[in-house]
Design a protein around this ligand. Sequence first.
Ligand SMILES: *Cc1c(COP(=O)(O)O)cnc(C)c1O
Length: 416
Amino acid sequence: MIYLDNAATTKTAPEVVEAMLPYFTEMYGNPSAIYSLGSAGKKAINEARRTIASALGAKQEEIYFTAGGTEADNWAIKAAAESYGNRGKHIITTKIEHHAVLHTCSYLEKRGFEVTYLDVDNEGIVDLEALKAAIRPDTILISVMFANNEIGTIEPVREIGAIAGERGILFHTDAVQAFGQIPIDVEEMNIDLLSASAHKLNGPKGIGMLYIRSGLKIRSFVHGGAQERNRRAGTENVPGIVGFAAAVRRAVSIMDEKGRKERGLRDYLIGRIEAEIPYCCLNGHREKRLPGNVNFSFRFIEGESLLIMLDMKGVCASSGSACTSGALDPSHVLLAIGLKHEEAHGSLRMTLSEENTKEELDAVVGYLKEIVQKLRDMSPLYEDFMKAQKDGRRPAMGEEAEQGRNLQGDIYSREQ
Ligand SMILES: *Cc1c(COP(=O)(O)O)cnc(C)c1O
């Protein structure tokens, strides 16, 4: 098996599992208990909080554990809206956020808030001038992700933090993809709220955190006991929290080396695909990109078919369309960077880890060449296109030319 879906989730690292085990088997006490079986858990939680805070340049008391990235996004945005709604009802976010942010925003729209969804450019980067122009006197929150989960584009978070800070607007960032992969400093970057999740950095599933800058009035998300300083009730997931911290410690210690290795593999894979598979296009920014992200659109084919055939070869990847209630919806991210529906449907995301090898990627390129050709040979669109090419006619997709796309040569680009 070749696992290339690390943006969806990662393998729990052995040292993380090892760190967690005692909290299932021996130190299972409730951290709120007085006896020492409980206080062992409490101690472990405090230590985990310190580890995670220091990885973000935050203070220990600014870290709140949640059940994952989705809960952290929900909490940050809903509570900021509720706590600061008396100042204004306008929120700014982008069209390429994770659904945990987008669906939370649309929930708030039904409750009297107005949301501006910023466009991004063809590489997925938010335009800072457009952001400034969108700010109104009643804007209370800006939520822009640190790095995109589909195309890997890294946003200008520091600049956004400065813009928000100068105007006294809260800044939330969904850093689920970035945390543990690239350096983050909440102070330097002027971040007020930050979401992260353990299972995206070789930690366990079902545990995440929200950083809340001290001094912010953010209401509790789950009401009940006094855990997490009254802000997130419920008996703490001690093994999860310990595992999260172990994963963060590991990620911080190997970040440079892991990043270097993944970038090398990433650029090798991108280079080979661009050189050897015609009519494909890299999605996302070439440099401002997560170390392990590769995302391509292949013309004339369905990403879903590609995935199924890759799976038969033992390759795990993901596509740019999501199957919701039996219908294929093209990815909102790929549409936002200007892809047409059929281009978005023909896309493939491969997200690498430091454990992948060049040999694995060579095998994947071999499979891809074979599968893409097989699928194109079955595509009537491709047949028309090739016929038109041969006759010297303009292909039956005039829109391409209108949009200024370059169909010459092997690679088409979306420069506009
Ligand atoms: C995975 C992911 C989430 C959701 O995190 P969970 O811990 O799975 O709930 C949110 N945002 C981004 C960008 C993600 O990649």
